[in-house]
Design a binder for this molecule. Structure first.
Ligand code: ARG
Length: 257
């Protein structure tokens, strides 16, 4: 074996064993506390996002998973991954759970387990303020539409005939493209669109009222970990019964459900 090959093989072994030792949900070596490795695509305010200059990830999902982890006796460690990398990360056990505004659907259920639903959402559209031609989803025909890659928005827009779909990495990229007139509409989850328009002071764009789908968010877990699924569901129920879920909900969405 050439020297560089040896070095490469050695490095590969180190990486592999480091991953195994870090273990999924295993005993944290120094803290003595169990670690829950969480995957999330930190690009989806108010569910998961990071304010400029701030270290901490924040949002509804982040508060919820920290509360769930505490309830289950885990220390929560969040890894920022691209949205379309979350299910692969669960499949190769890089993470124990994924919480990322992820919609529960049959296609995903072939590859992962989901917790009970924890939030109701669905898809809406954002267009420029001066947009005349697009008022309903059926108006999208003949237009360019941006969606985040790997999402239910991408799935749904592909079903609409005659649309030129632009699959981008993040919702922020989609909004940037809309403002730059590279696309005519963005399809994305309603609470995220609303937050973008109302809270982040977006200008020149508006959200349309029509809802294309009704979707439930769930926490995703590896297909073979029914035990974890049970624990997560029990903890979720506890948080709902104790009123803690409602507190987190009110913090991000106001009192109304
Ligand atoms: N609810 C949609 C889906 O499951 C979009 C989720 C996107 N989440 C994110 N953190 N970017 O496909």
């Amino acid at each position: 074996m050439k020297k560089w090959m040896k070095a490469f093989a050695l490095a590969a072994i180190c990486v592999l064993s480091a991953v195994t030792l870090a273990g999924c949900g295993g005993q944290g070596a120094d803290s003595g506390k169990k670690v829950l490795k969480v995957g999330s695509s930190i690009d989806f305010a108010p569910f998961e996002f990071q304010d400029e200059g701030q270290k901490e990830y924040q949002g509804f999902d982040m508060d919820l998973i920290r509360a769930l982890g505490k309830e289950m006796g885990y220390e929560v460690e969040v890894n920022n991954l691209p949205f379309d990398g979350l299910i692969p990360a669960l499949q190769n056990k890089t993470v124990d759970v994924a919480i990322s505004g992820m919609t529960i659907n049959d296609e995903r259920k072939e590859n992962v387990l989901f917790s009970d639903p924890y939030y109701q959402a669905g898809l809406t559209m954002v267009v420029r303020d001066d947009e005349q031609a697009i008022q309903k989803f059926t108006d999208l025909k003949g237009h360019k539409v941006a969606v985040q890659i790997g999402t239910t928005s991408a799935e749904e827009v592909k079903k609409i005939e005659g649309v030129e779909i632009h699959e981008l990495n993040t919702p922020a990229d989609c909004f940037t493209e809309l403002k730059a007139r590279g696309v005519d509409a963005v399809v994305n989850d309603r609470p995220v669109n609303d937050y973008y328009i109302q809270k982040s002071g977006a200008t020149g764009v508006k959200a349309l009222p029509e809802r294309l789908t009704a979707e439930d968010y769930g926490i995703a877990m590896p297909k073979d970990n029914a035990e974890l699924q049970k624990k997560v569901n029990e903890a979720l129920k506890k948080l709902k019964d104790s009123g803690e879920y409602d507190k987190i909900y009110a913090k991000w969405f106001g009192e109304q459900k």
